[in-house]
Design a protein around this ligand. Structure first.
Ligand code: MG
Length: 182
């Protein structure tokens, strides 16, 4: 159980700084995002979280479908980078076959990893989009850095224990987002 004090802290932060938690856009999966719209808006780089955004945490290598999806984006002209809080071993293994730049132990919601990703891509914050499944890492990092952020529904409801802890307060934020849009 999440202690009630933690819940009330989340609520306090949420209502004081709602813009930091809300994604600019939500999608049911990475394939349901309108990338052509992004291209028209001048977006040239896509920065993806890996775990539960592109693959479940226990899937070591991208499957055929994910590979084809990413290659399709590359064909459209987008530069791709992976930004993950997971280990070097996990992130390297997942990314190397694809040949995309990748940052492990990104420490999202800190901005440093995201800034590094933009440096690698040679793009600024108005030219990239961050796509990830977690409010307290991906959305928060993106918003703090001024990067447009898309929140995807997690691929699988199974999470690593550290992530599980964040899912309950995340539900509160998602509820607040829904209410704000009414
Ligand atoms: Mg994730």
């Amino acid at each position: 159980m999440v202690p009630i004090s933690a819940v009330s802290t989340v609520y306090k932060i949420l209502y004081a700084f709602p813009k930091y938690f809300f994604p600019q856009e939500m999608a049911s999966s990475v394939t349901e995002i309108n990338y052509d719209k992004f291209w028209e808006q001048g977006i040239r780089g896509l920065i993806f979280d890996i775990d539960n955004t592109l693959a479940t945490f226990d899937i070591a290598l991208p499957d055929e479908q994910t590979t084809a999806f990413l290659r399709g984006l590359e064909k459209k002209g987008f530069a791709i980078c992976f930004l993950s809080n997971n280990s070097k071993k996990r992130v390297k293994l997942f990314s190397e076959g694809l040949g995309y730049p990748h940052i492990w132990r990104a420490q999202k919601p800190r901005r440093s990893g995201l800034r590094r990703a933009m440096d690698i891509l040679g793009l600024d914050k108005s030219q990239v989009v961050l796509i990830g499944d977690q409010i307290f890492t991906d959305c928060l990092a993106g918003n703090r850095a001024g990067v447009y952020t898309v929140l995807t529904a997690p691929i699988n409801t199974r999470d690593e224990w550290q992530v599980k802890l964040k899912r309950f307060p995340e539900k509160l934020v998602l509820r607040a987002i829904r209410q704000a849009k009414l």
